[in-house]
Ligand binder design. Structure first.
Ligand code: AHR
Length: 320
């Protein structure tokens, strides 16, 4: 039964005063990117928890970082006739065809945590952070921290072509645009992984006088920052002191690094994108209510002044 037919049936059941018969009747396909970072692992586990809490039958597909696998999974969900599809799109481009197929099958699609370059009518809503703002918050923190001191920054970018990599770069550059003392000396992708973050940082350190010329490291996620912290220590320098460390996600390991004095700031990205997504789908299913096109989650800055041990403890059971 298609989602719109179920919607019509749901409306008639509600009219008969039996709404609870419809509430739990939802099968949702979730095409996840993979598990490149602690944040991604937490998003997966929180999505499963949120689905279970609501009695949603969640069909999970791990794409192992490949867009082709995501497209295959979405086509599989369409063939199974699921009620809705969640997708965390690995890159921004290349989605139009498969999203059109979902639309033609009357299956609403919700984008989670990343955006797509495709017409907005091809998805019901997008639940994500303001990624430009995340970069801006990180850049503003750095600008305030270094003041007028000359500061050479090295940047670890996320996955090439993904919206967080594009937007977090843009936001950071906007924040430091008026500060001629702050320059991005080197910028390279670390693909959002800890191992690549370490590897790329090792190259940056070698190229910048063993790291002595680097004032700050900005990473598009905490996992790359944690890898880079190890590289800085291996080079005989003190992360957090000799080289400032600022990144995005607020995963437990970055708070552990703050407790150790090895990281200076992170911008929180909630792993609970599924809660608002399921709420939007539920309202759409029950009464056809169109959600906001973009549901934006918060981007809060955390520093060692914000009880990093407490923040670590609060997050550690979430599957990071
Ligand atoms: O799209 C969100 C980003 O993807 C997270 O910041 C990163 O950790 C993840 O891999």
């Amino acid at each position: 039964m298609t989602f719109l037919r179920k919607l019509a049936l749901g409306a008639s059941v509600i009219a008969l005063g039996c709404s609870s018969a419809v509430a739990a009747d939802m099968t949702v396909g979730f095409s996840q990117i993979g598990s490149e970072s602690g944040w991604r692992a937490a998003e997966t586990s929180v999505t499963k928890m949120e689905a279970e809490k609501r009695g949603i039958d969640l069909k999970f597909a791990d794409a192992q970082q490949k867009q082709e696998n995501q497209i295959k999974a979405i086509r599989g969900f369409i063939a199974q006739g699921v009620d809705a599809i969640l997708v965390a799109p690995v890159v921004a481009t290349g989605w139009e065809e498969v999203l059109t197929e979902a639309k033609e099958a009357e299956i609403p699609v919700v984008l989670l945590d990343r955006g797509v370059d495709a017409p907005q009518d091809l998805y019901l809503t997008s639940v994500a952070s303001d990624q430009v703002k995340e970069g801006r918050v990180a850049g503003e923190w750095l600008a305030k921290t270094v003041g007028d001191k000359p500061c050479k920054v090295v940047e670890l970018q996320g996955t090439v072509g993904s919206t967080p990599a594009i937007n977090r770069k843009k936001g950071f550059e906007e924040a430091i645009a008026g500060k001629s003392n702050i320059t991005i000396a080197r910028s390279q992708t670390g693909d959002f992984t800890r191992s690549k973050g370490k590897e790329v940082m090792e190259g940056f350190l070698k190229a910048e006088n063993g790291g002595k010329d680097i004032c700050a490291m900005y990473a598009h996620n905490d996992d790359m920052a944690v890898g880079a912290i190890q590289a800085i220590k291996d080079a005989g320098l003190k992360p957090g002191t000799d080289i400032l460390v600022v990144s995005i996600d607020a995963v437990p390991d970055i708070f552990a690094a703050m407790v150790a004095g090895e990281a200076n700031a992170t911008v929180e990205l909630t792993p609970n994108m599924a809660g608002p997504a399921f709420d939007a789908l539920d309202a759409f299913k029950k009464d056809g209510k169109q959600p906001e096109k973009f549901i934006i989650t918060e981007s809060k800055l955390y520093t060692p002044a914000d009880d990093p041990q407490g923040e670590y403890d609060r997050r550690k059971g979430l599957g990071y």
